[in-house]
Structure formats: C-alpha cells, structure tokens
Design a protein around this ligand. Structure first.
Ligand code: SF4
Length: 298
C-alpha cells in the first residue's frame, strides 16, 4: 500500500531537554533500546517523559520477522556487565515502571534466560520500588528456561502474539501461535500478571482478530495492546491498510468484553507505550513480595 500516512499517525518530534537527558543516560551506559532499534514513532513522546525501553542481549536478533526493524544476524558474545548497567540506567531515569525487552537469542542454549534473570534481579536490587515489566521471546517453548526468567519475579510478563494465527508463518516464521499462547498460559499459571499485543494492518480479517483476542483471553492474558503496523523498510511486509482511531476503539471495547482487564488500543500504541499507566490497575509490588516470600518458604 503506497498511500501517505494519515494525520493520526503523525508523532511528536524529539526536542525537549528531558528527551536529551534520556538519550544521554542511554548513550553513557552503552545500552540498546527497542525505541531506536525498532524505529518506534513514539520516541519523541516517551523519551521526553523520561522513559525508554531497554533491549538486552545485544542488538542483533537471531530471527528475521517480516515486520521488525531490529537487525538480524549472528549475535556477538554476551555482555555480562549489561544487567548492572541496565539497573543503573533505570535508577538514573528514576523510573517507577521499567520495561525491558530483548532480541531473540536462539544461538544460546538457554535463549538468554540466565541474562534475563540477572537483569531482573539487578533492577529489583538497585531500584526495589520500580516495577519491572519484561517483554520476552518464546524460549522455543522450553519451560525450564522460561521458568528461569519467571523465578526472578518480573512484575509483569509480556510476550507478544503480534498477529492473527494465519499470518504467523508469513511474518513471524520462527515462532508458533500455539507456542506463544502456551508461554502466556504458563506464566499465568504461575501467578504472573500477563500481557500481550498485536498489530493491525497486516492483512488480517475481523473474524481473525476476534479469534486471536478470544484465544488470548482464554489463557488469562490481563493486559492487551493493539497498534497500527508500520513498514520499517521496503524489504519488510507492506502495510495492508490504515486502521482508523474509531476501529481501534471498537477493538478495545471488544477486548474488554471478552475478558481483558486492561486494553490500550490506538494507531501509535506499542507494547511499552504508557505501560506504567496500564499497570496501575494491579498492585504489582505487593504481588512480587508475596511471590518472593513464597519462594523463600518453598
Ligand atoms: S512506545 Fe515503547 S518502544 Fe516506543 S518509544 Fe515508547 S518506550 Fe520506546
């Protein structure tokens, strides 16, 4: 589709002193962010609010999804100083709610689970009052590695479905719909607040959107994000249509109807967009304390 982006997709330009301060913390601590790597349109707004989503385990992904701008290839060695630097940066940003994501690391036996766990624990230790939301890959469906991450007690566990079942293979060929649902179901069964998201405008039908929302609700997903797919480069999957703000509102209403506790739906919504506000419905810190006490007693 070659039509110009509609007005509602115009995002704020980065200019404020707060934006520059966030940029400096990220640069000084040699961090990667999904904001930059995935060319997120909300950088002007989020970084001016002092929030960035840190991307751990490097900036080269072992998967090559057709929708994603993150560089694909053979990752370099592990950076074992990363967890401490991430925690320090979050302290400097003075975040009350931090979102951390990663590239997929299928080259590592544990998919990077041990680094994930070290990062979560480093943040809990350095900034105990900050809620930690993680957006992870699927660890190829291996429960032992997913459990390594969950044992570190993230406050919110997010894993994205990204799209409807029929479009998984064309745009997300290394992942599997059922496996992603299982990942969410497993995290939920262990008592976590779970979150997932999809993009619209890839070629999905209304019936397919209804189905994916029902499937996620059936495995107990608490928080849902729905946003417009944007084509990062000419080599990526083309945009099929521009979804109107009214339609996004309709899907939000539907999501709440089928059982999600919270749904953020709009053209510029991304997984981490306004994540702090979405979590307010849940007493995440109290839940973490209960889990840590239960772990000690076990
Ligand atoms: S929406 Fe998320 S990825 Fe995009 S700029 Fe904001 S924090 Fe970064």
């Amino acid at each position: 589709m070659k039509t110009r982006k509609p007005e509602w997709l115009r995002a704020k330009l980065p200019s404020s002193p707060a934006y520059k301060a966030t940029h400096k913390i990220v640069e000084d601590n040699q961090l990667h962010t999904v904001c930059k790597s995935a060319q997120c349109p909300n950088m002007g707004e989020c970084w001016s609010r002092g929030t960035a989503t840190v991307m751990i385990l490097g900036n080269i992904c072992t998967r090559s999804c057709r929708f994603c701008a993150v560089q694909t290839g053979r990752p370099t060695e592990l950076d074992l100083g990363e967890p401490a630097r991430v925690a320090e940066s979050i302290a400097k940003m003075d975040l009350k709610h931090a979102v951390v994501t990663s590239v997929a690391r299928d080259d590592l036996k544990d998919g990077g689970a041990s680094v994930w766990a070290a990062t979560i624990r480093a943040i809990h230790h350095r900034v105990p009052e900050c809620a930690v939301e993680v957006l992870t890959a699927d660890f190829r469906g291996q429960q032992e590695y997913l459990d390594v991450v969950l044992d570190a007690c993230p406050d919110i566990f997010n894993h994205n479905l990204e799209t409807v079942e029929r479009l998984q293979r064309p745009i997300r060929k290394t992942a599997r719909y059922d496996r992603s649902l299982w990942v969410l179901e497993h995290a939920k069964s262990r008592g976590f607040i779970t979150k997932s998201g999809i993009m619209l405008g890839i070629g999905e039908t209304d019936e397919e959107i209804e189905q994916v929302l029902k499937d996620m609700a059936a495995v107990g997903v608490d928080i849902l994000t729905i946003g417009q797919y944007l084509q990062p480069t000419q080599e990526h999957q083309p945009v099929d249509r521009w979804v109107t703000p009214e339609e996004f509102q309709r899907w939000k209403d539907y999501a709440l109807e089928v059982g999600f506790g919270v749904c953020e739906s709009g053209p510029l919504v991304r997984s981490s967009y306004h994540a702090d506000e979405q979590s307010m419905k849940f007493d995440v810190r109290a839940r973490r304390m209960e889990m840590l006490v239960a772990q000690k007693e076990a």
